[in-house]
Every structure is written in structure tokens, then in C-alpha cells.
Design a protein around this ligand. Structure first.
Ligand SMILES: Nc1nc2c(ncn2[C@@H]2O[C@H](COP(=O)(O)OP(=O)(O)OP(=O)(O)O)[C@@H](O)[C@H]2O)c(=O)[nH]1
Ligand SMILES: [Mg+2]
Length: 310
């Protein structure tokens, strides 16, 4: 008898959810950057453990939402958890401990506040959740154990794993446990499938990742990428056209860079990765458009499975 089910990965922005998802799957299914709020909609990745298929649902970070897009992201994360057979709450242990120090950085304090909100939400939902304390690489064991105990004593969790999604420590044990929690049943995806994001959406995500990696400050939250053309050519290569949306003229200048050098870099990195992921030559054409309303367009939400009306 085979087993198959869904395991949702939730947590504050930047906890390492997408990194863990990719590691469990063994392939890049979800983009990863050093910025908070990288993941904007739930992304599925399929992991196999023996005769068990674990469909991971990587979710956007849960934080105090302000804009419509924020609200839709946070709602989709909680929805992913509610629909899953197992829920992993990832906590950035480094940020959590740093937030408790005097003079802590605002990013760490914000992360700790988000974690506290999530713990309350989990308790209110009453479901038993796995706590995955992440980023344990380079951390002192005593401090970690104290943090694990403090979180576990909240009553929100059934068990605790200490992991490093980046270097893989503890991840096999977590995977094994998730496999045990999956219900009996036929596999949900063909054995060779690792992701279910449509290729044009994947292509847009990869370009958005390169924008986040290259352009810092507030710009990433103001940018979106849409694949406007995706055609296979007679020679087997792909011709992809994408529109990068930003909210203000100044942001357009930043994305373009001096003599268009920044956009050129973004396009080159994205093209290289897409050629590898899609296993064929890619011709990528990027355009930048100022539209201060892109985040209020209904189509954008429907395309990625987000609820426009929350
Ligand atoms: N040191 C360390 N860094 C990690 C680890 N896991 C993830 N990171 C880093 O943390 C940052 C955020 O990783 P992501 O996987 O994008 O985090 P996320 O939770 O998906 O973030 P959002 O999508 O924004 O909610 C990246 O710079 C990762 O390289 C870890 O185990 N150790
Ligand atoms: Mg993510």
C-alpha cells in the first residue's frame, strides 16, 4: 500500500521555508532570496520517501499584512496549513535569539513578533504542528535547546526538529517523520514529477528571483513579473517575453540601471537558469513597465491562485 498526502510549510517571512522545500524535493521548485516576502503564493513540490509521496506546500511568509497582496499571501499560507495532512512551522532560530538581545535589529524583532502571532494562530486552530527550528548551523546547542523548550511550552506543537535547511542537517529525520504522517492512498503525481508550476509562471518566478537578488531596498515589494509570450521555436529553443511591473518611474530607472546594465544582468542570469531548468536554449526578452496599480489587478491574483477579495 502506498501513501501520499500534503505537508504544508508555514512560518514568518525569511524563515527558510522555500529552502527546505527545495531540499526535501531535491530540486529547485521555489525561489529563494535573502529578502523577506519572496514567496508570494503557495508552491508545490513533490518529495519521495520509499513508497510515500509527500507533496510539500511552500507558502508565503505570515506577517502583519498591510496591502491587498499581503493579505492574500497571508491568507493563502493559513489556507495551505488548514488543507494539509501535516504542518511544519519553520522558525528562524538565529533571528529568534537575536531578537531577544538588547539593541536587536528591527528585522529580527519583526520576525519574533510574527512567530508569536503564528503560535497564537496555531493554538487557536488547535491542530498539532511540527516545529522546525531552522538555521541551526553555527549556533550553540544550549541556546537552541532553551529556545526549543520555550516554544514547545507554548503548547502549539506535537514535536520539535532542529534543522539547517541550508546545509541539510536534520532534514532527513524530518522527511522521514513527514512520510509517516502521510495517509494511505495512491500517489498524487507521476513518479518523475517534482513540481506543478506551469512553465510560464516558473519563468516569471525565476526572473523575479534575479530582480530580488540584484536590486535591494524596497523595490522587490513593488515589482512583479508576467510572462507575456512563451513559444517553442522550430529549432527546439524557447522564446520567452516578460514584462516587469514596477510602481514608479524611479523604480523603472533602478531596474534598468545605467545604460540598461542592471536589466541586462537580470535577463542574463534568468535566461541561464531557465535554459538549465527547461533543458533547452532560451531567448529571453525583458521589458519594464510602470503601473502603480498592478497589485490591485484581479488577473494577477487568479493566475497564481491567490484570493483577490480578502
Ligand atoms: N544560515 C542559514 N540560512 C538559511 C537557512 N535556510 C535558509 N536560509 C537563508 O535564509 C534566507 C531566506 O530563505 P527562504 O527559503 O527564501 O525563506 P522563506 O521562508 O521561503 O522566505 P519567504 O518566501 O520570504 O517567506 C535565504 O537567504 C536562505 O539562504 C539555514 O538553514 N541556515
Ligand atoms: Mg519562500
Amino acid at each position: 500500500m502506498t501513501k501520499a498526502g500534503f505537508a504544508a510549510v508555514i512560518g514568518a517571512p525569511n524563515a527558510g521555508k522555500s529552502t527546505l522545500t527545495n531540499r526535501l524535493v531535491g530540486a529547485k521548485v521555489s525561489i529563494v532570496t535573502q529578502k523577506v516576502q519572496t514567496t508570494r503564493f503557495p508552491v508545490r513540490g513533490v518529495a519521495i520517501e520509499g513508497d510515500v509521496q509527500i507533496v510539500l506546500v511552500d507558502t508565503p511568509g505570515i506577517f502583519a499584512p498591510r496591502r491587498r497582496l499581503d493579505r492574500a499571501m497571508v491568507r493563502s499560507a493559513w489556507g495551505g496549513a488548514a488543507d494539509a495532512d501535516a504542518v511544519v512551522h519553520m522558525v528562524d532560530a538565529q533571528a529568534e535569539l537575536a531578537a531577544a538581545e538588547p539593541g536587536a535589529k528591527s528585522a529580527d524583532r519583526r520576525s519574533a513578533t510574527d512567530v508569536a502571532t503564528i503560535v497564537e494562530g496555531l493554538k487557536a486552530a488547535g491542530s498539532q504542528v511540527i516545529l522546525a527550528l531552522n538555521k541551526i548551523d553555527g549556533m550553540k546547542r544550549e541556546r537552541l535547546l532553551a529556545l526549543a523548550k520555550a516554544l514547545f511550552d507554548s503548547g502549539a506543537y506535537s514535536e520539535v526538529f532542529m534543522i539547517s535547511a541550508a546545509d541539510g542537517a536534520g532534514v532527513d529525520d524530518l522527511k522521514h517523520r513527514l512520510a509517516e504522517l502521510m495517509p494511505e492512498g495512491p500517489w498524487l503525481y507521476p513518479a518523475d514529477q517534482t513540481a506543478d508550476l506551469p512553465a510560464r509562471l516558473l519563468a516569471a518566478e525565476i526572473t523575479r528571483e534575479k530582480i530580488y537578488l540584484r536590486v535591494h531596498e524596497e523595490l522587490p515589494y513593488a515589482a512583479a513579473v508576467e510572462t507575456t509570450a512563451f513559444e517553442e521555436r522550430a529549432d527546439g529553443s524557447l522564446r520567452i517575453e516578460q514584462m516587469v511591473y514596477v510602481e514608479r518611474e524611479g523604480q523603472r530607472a533602478i531596474v534598468l540601471g545605467h545604460k540598461g546594465q542592471t536589466l541586462k544582468w537580470i535577463g542574463q542570469k534568468s535566461r541561464e537558469e531557465l535554459a538549465e531548468l527547461l533543458d533547452r536554449p532560451v531567448h529571453l526578452f525583458l521589458h519594464v513597465k510602470v503601473d502603480d496599480r498592478w497589485a490591485d489587478k484581479r488577473e494577477f491574483y487568479g493566475d497564481v491562485g491567490l484570493d483577490f477579495d480578502v
